[in-house]
Unconditional design. Sequence first.
Length: 108
Amino acid sequence: MSDEANLVKWLEKAVGDEMIEGVVIGESRSYEKRSEPPLGRLLTWADAKPHLDYQFDDGFGGADCHPITAWTATRVFFVHEYDGATSIAWVPRHPVEHVPTYSGWDAA
């Protein structure tokens, strides 16, 4: 488990100077019981942040955190899982010329 496996830390690092305009949180598949946030509702970053500020195992074996969609003015962020390893990735928010990848850009 990475000491940095925390969605709040990942998002704040990834967005840089951009403001997070909104976040939607999905249901966690984690075996670890956490209080469930308001699922499927558009939240402000201030309202979503306390529900996402926890350490989790980002190693192999399945995502151990809540799935999210988060928007900035230029990008859309989401939890990415590849072969059980979890990270955060993003895609452009608006149509722009770019070279697509299979699951967005790694935000790390």
